[in-house]
Design a protein around this ligand. Sequence first.
Ligand SMILES: O=C(CO)[C@H](O)[C@H](O)COP(=O)(O)O
Length: 220
Amino acid sequence: MTQDELKKAAAIAALDYVEDGMIVGVGTGSTVNHFIDGLAGIKERIAGAVSSSEASARRLEAHGIPILDLNDITDLPVYVDGADEIDAGFCMIKGGGGALTREKIVAAVARRFICICDTSKKVACLGRFPLPVEIIPMARAYVERELAGIGGRPELRDGFVTDNGNLILDVHGLMITSPRALETELNQIVGVVTNGLFARRGADVLLLATPAGVERQVAS
Ligand SMILES: O=C(CO)[C@H](O)[C@H](O)COP(=O)(O)O
């Protein structure tokens, strides 16, 4: 199977978590695009979707799936999203698509985070994938110095502006042995909007697509 076929298999498995009348939180990325396409097939059964990015919103709209404002919702039963890396404790690096801030907001509201991945995303230690950090543009040089001070090598994502009008620094060279502590530490740097560590709010269920089928793993 190709990587894209594996991504699709994980995405289709996530449809099992969508119940009648539900509002569904929708992430961002190529794996989630397969989920959105699958959701289109059952759109009459759901109340609508909350999107984590403009890109996913456009895809949902193209399928005629109603998009709801997170501020109008008090209960979001489920959020489905991919990851760039996920460890054994279901902590993740996210933000390869640059949507980390809105993803983290929707994930914070959701009762259940379903992570959909192919096996290439499962790692023993987070940090091989450069950690995305969304920053306020005027703080770029300061935040770069702070990140270098903790051993990272930040690289500005060239020509990229987030849906929130901010910049992304991709931080190389971090071996993330304490994801929760690092997530908290990075949030303390003035000018950082969000970092791509999803550790304090990790995944609840991992649907991991392997060539032998989709494994369902539940957080302990
Ligand atoms: O965090 C994300 C976007 O900000 C994505 O979930 C992550 O980058 C994985 O993407 P893909 O499904 O394309 O491999």
